[in-house]
Design a protein around this ligand. Structure first.
Ligand SMILES: C#C[C@@H]1N[C@@H](C)[C@@H](O)[C@H]1O
Length: 443
């Protein structure tokens, strides 16, 4: 084991009430919104071939219009979202069944949706003027949904920002000012919005930031002292050997793993026994608003529900992303998807909120989650013989007290089934699916 000065501060899961609350969420809503919603993935009739929120990084070599960066950096002067109503977003999240939400206070372009004292590149200097972060935090609190603030370390047009480790004295000086600026903004966010439960960091992969192990370690401690119970993921800092997410001894840094961006673990072993979240886009890879909704596969509510249950069956939270347009409206297609997920959650959220991994062999017909001695059997792939087998290792100490079949939340009477030992010496219950049951039918 290496003697680390700036590695993980803790081994094993946090066991305080704030973290247990986070663990119980099950389903979250991510909102990516900012100046990038104005171009919406294109400009002057030319489409950008990357993620819409990265459009500022579009190079002329890859087809960007002339003087694109300068054009982009003036777009905030047009930011005046007439359809923005955080209460509508919050109600949609509530109907979807989200228990928490993550909101982009500023993305890599650095435009701040709150009136930060530390830069002029904020909402105050846009036609909209008002504090959007405040409106969001208050609207979601009114719906009983916890808010986490997304914060990008990268700030492409900040004078002190550097991606590579500064070498020349003037670069080092500039980067010191950028570090101070970053710290000041984080303290400002925690002081302005004390309701926030945590910070969701992004854009922390630059060599310049990775090289700041001691300083970022100190900053994390300062933020946690400022806000006891604060929840920070594994993406904030690196250890002194440049290791991120997991320190050089393989111990996770932060309170939950943030490595599952647009992907999911397959087995419980993939999660290394940590808390984790999966943040997921509805298109393949668009977080901010992209006007072109047709040229890629759009996930269906079924796709997202299957991912939601896979995440929760492996002790993770599942967070679905929405990208409001330049006027602040969530596109109708996304709202329709959220509503469908909500209809399913209306009946089946008991198998999502506050559940843990059920330590039984994973069935090929769906996923298992459990709460205390109740087992939730979510059947997505209906067996042709209409029978689901619950295989419970003979050695298992976990025998379900009762089991529910998901979609219709039908209680399964485990005593009235065919039981036996399979060839792996697992005890099994064979349960006939109720007549008319089908996981595919949305209620
Ligand atoms: C890469 C990258 C970023 N990480 C996701 C959460 C989005 O913010 C995307 O732009």
């Amino acid at each position: 084991r290496l003697e680390l000065r700036h590695g993980s501060h803790r081994e094993g899961k946090r066991n305080d009430a704030e973290m247990q609350r986070w663990r119980d969420y099950g389903l979250g809503q991510f909102i990516h919104w900012g100046v990038y919603a104005i171009p919406g993935g294109a400009w002057d009739g030319i489409s950008y071939n990357g993620a819409a929120e990265w459009i500022r990084s579009w190079s002329e070599k890859s087809g960007a219009p002339k003087d694109w960066r300068a054009t982009y950096d003036k777009l905030y002067k047009q930011f005046n979202p007439q359809h923005f109503d955080a209460k509508i977003w919050a109600k949609q999240a509530k109907k979807m069944g989200a228990r928490y939400m993550i909101f982009t206070t500023k993305h890599h372009d650095g435009f701040c949706l709150w009136p930060s004292k530390y830069t002029k590149y904020t909402i105050v200097n846009s036609p909209y003027k008002k504090d959007i972060v405040k409106e969001v935090v208050e609207a979601y609190a009114a719906e009983g949904i916890d808010v986490y603030l997304y914060f990008s370390i990268i700030f492409w047009n900040h004078p002190g920002y550097r991606s590579t480790v500064p070498k020349a004295p003037h670069d080092s000086l500039a980067y010191e000012s950028f570090k101070e600026f970053t710290r000041n903004q984080l303290v400002e966010l925690l002081q302005n919005y004390p309701q926030t439960k945590g910070l969701w960091f992004d854009g922390s992969w630059d060599a310049a930031w990775v090289n700041q192990a001691a300083w970022t370690d100190k900053l994390e401690t300062e933020l946690r002292q400022l806000k006891p119970g604060l929840i920070i993921g594994s993406r904030f800092r690196a250890d002194e050997y440049g290791k991120r997410h997991f320190d050089s001894n393989g111990i996770m840094m932060g309170d939950y793993e943030q490595g599952w961006e647009r992907k999911l673990p397959t087995t419980i072993d993939d999660t290394h026994g940590n808390d984790w979240d999966c943040v997921m886009t509805i298109p393949p890879n668009q977080w901010g608003y992209n006007a072109d909704w047709k040229s890629s596969y759009i996930k269906t509510p079924y796709d997202l529900i299957a991912m939601l249950m896979q995440a929760n069956s492996l002790n993770g939270n599942f967070v679905i992303n929405f990208g409001p347009d330049g006027q602040g409206a969530i596109r109708p297609e996304e709202s329709a998807i959220a509503a469908k997920v909500g209809e399913w959650m209306q009946i089946n959220s008991e198998a999502v909120y506050g559940v843990t991994h059920a330590n039984f062999p994973k069935p090929d017909y769906g996923v298992l989650t459990k709460k205390d001695t109740t087992l939730y059997v979510t059947v997505f792939n209906r067996p042709i013989n209409n029978i689901v087998r619950l295989a419970i290792p003979k050695s298992s100490k976990e025998i379900p007290g009762k089991a529910y079949l998901l979609v219709n939340n039908v209680p399964l009477d485990l005593s009235a089934v065919n039981m036996g030992l399979d060839r792996d010496n697992n005890m099994y219950y064979d349960v006939a699916l109720p007549v008319g049951f089908s996981a595919a039918e949305m209620p």
